[in-house]
Design a protein around this ligand. Structure first.
Ligand code: AMP
Ligand code: GLY
Length: 423
């Protein structure tokens, strides 16, 4: 089988390492991939947003199955375009990917179908948005409507900050057209949980829960990033809470998308907050999370490609999706100093062969045969162990064997979860 994976991050590397285990897989192509993924797949320099280029490549290279992982190509209709030329795909079509592509859509969906989320209003007029803010409790949350690389969310502590956030999105267009509409919503509190779920529109199977660490620095300080590390399972996500989420959030969301004529097939990501009033949805993503995938897939005992193909053929109910119940995983992201703002590129990365299997490369390129950093988030380093504490320790032991100049990572990945286990 020839498999095509679209994307270039640590998440795609984790997907590729996982599908490689299936003996039917002969060749894996990754578009565009990166210098580290090149060790596990044939990388071809076609961008993830170049839908025509992707379809042309897939048609010419006898691709049997395509996995579209990032948000941009999904929202642009990559799955629709590949399906139109007869290539089976994993991932939602454009109509369903709107669940991530537009926060206004997802908020209205939740309101219409009674799915718990923060109270909100949507504005397309800046003056009205600013007038609305005047008598609201602070902090308050301002979100740009469209995709903004996870950065289009501002938590304003004061009215002045909130007004500035609205102006920056709606007048200064710091997130481009994503700021044509803004969502203003109630500030929620509580532990955050990420739950990825396989769904074919008929059946929904949640994967093991995880916890992201979004701020750049220890103790949740610094700017928001794409994610600096993850652990799984998330100790806050008890069996009782999982049951409530299945009944009040997961299945209602699958059914709501069906009722809207937007059946979602793929990996649906639920970003949840466990508030004092119960679990609520912070955001939906139409794809695997990054770096959640780097802890979730190492705990998957079933064959990933088989599960994905079952999603495509709408036979998910017939396959087993099993996760290790007695193991934990921790992924620590090694980034370039300065991320998520400016950083220097081109430093050589050395990864000892003994740990290479558990390294997921995100932002690195091959230069004269050497791996060098080329992005903000450079690597994710994962360890799996019998306990969360051992997984955290083992992940940092691996991190400490890897070197590149100006590397930094958070040193507290998993600490909040470990504390929760002691409570
Ligand atoms: P999002 O891109 O929607 O996941 O938001 C990024 C981060 O902002 C989330 O992971 C939360 O930590 C925070 N956030 C988003 N919405 C809210 C909210 N309504 N209340 C509190 N925090 C929020
Ligand atoms: N780690 C958060 C995301 O993938 O959106």
């Amino acid at each position: 089988m020839n498999v095509l994976v679209i994307g270039s991050g640590g998440r795609e590397h984790a997907v590729i390492k996982s599908i490689k285990k299936n003996p039917a897989v002969e060749t894996i192509y990754c578009l565009p991939g990166n210098g580290g993924i090149a060790a596990d797949a044939t990388c071809v320099d076609i961008g993830a947003k170049d839908i025509d280029g992707i379809v042309k490549f897939a048609s010419e290279n006898k691709i049997d199955y395509a996995i579209v992982t990032p948000d941009d190509p999904l929202v642009l209709g990559c799955v629709d375009a590949l399906s139109a030329v007869g290539i089976p795909c994993f991932g939602p079509d454009k109509k369903a990917a709107i669940i991530e592509g537009s926060k206004a859509f997802s908020k209205d969906l939740m309101k219409k179908y009674g799915i718990p989320t923060a109270a909100y209003e949507i504005f397309d007029d800046m003056d009205k948005a600013i007038a609305y803010l005047q008598d609201k409790d602070m902090p308050i949350v301002i979100k740009a409507d469209g995709l903004a690389l996870g950065k289009g969310v501002i938590i304003a502590e004061t009215l002045t900050e909130a007004e500035e956030a609205v102006r920056s999105m709606m007048a200064d267009k710091v997130f481009g057209a994503s700021g044509d509409h803004v969502v203003i919503e109630e500030f929620l509190t509580g532990p955050e949980v990420s739950v990825l779920a396989f769904t074919d529109g008929k059946t929904l199977v949640p994967m093991v829960s995880s916890m992201d660490h979004k701020r750049a620095h220890d103790n949740d300080e610094g700017l928001n990033t794409g994610g600096m590390g993850t652990i799984a399972p998330n100790p806050y996500y008890t069996a009782d809470i999982a049951k409530v989420c299945m009944e009040t959030i997961f299945l209602p969301t699958m059914n709501a998308m069906n009722a809207e004529g937007r059946t979602f097939k793929g990996c649906l990501y639920f970003g949840l907050m466990l508030t004092p009033k119960g679990p609520k949805v912070i955001e939906y993503n139409c794809r695997f999370g990054d770096p959640e995938t780097q802890v979730v897939l190492p705990l998957l005992e079933s064959d990933l490609l088989t599960v994905m193909q079952a999603v495509t053929s709408e036979t998910l109910a017939d396959v087993e999706v099993k996760f290790a119940s007695d193991k934990s995983a921790c992924c620590v992201v090694m980034a370039s100093a300065g991320y998520p703002q400016s950083y220097e590129k081109g430093y050589e990365i050395t990864i000892p062969a003994a740990v290479a299997d558990s390294v997921y490369v995100a932002g690195a390129a091959l230069k004269e045969g050497k791996l060098v950093n080329s992005g903000g988030r450079v690597l994710g380093v994962t360890a799996v162990a019998d306990t969360l504490r051992n997984a955290v320790t083992a992940a940092y032991e691996k991190v400490d064997t890897i070197h590149f100049d100006n590397a930094f990572c958070r040193r507290d990945i998993g600490q909040r979860a470990l504390k929760a286990l002691q409570e």
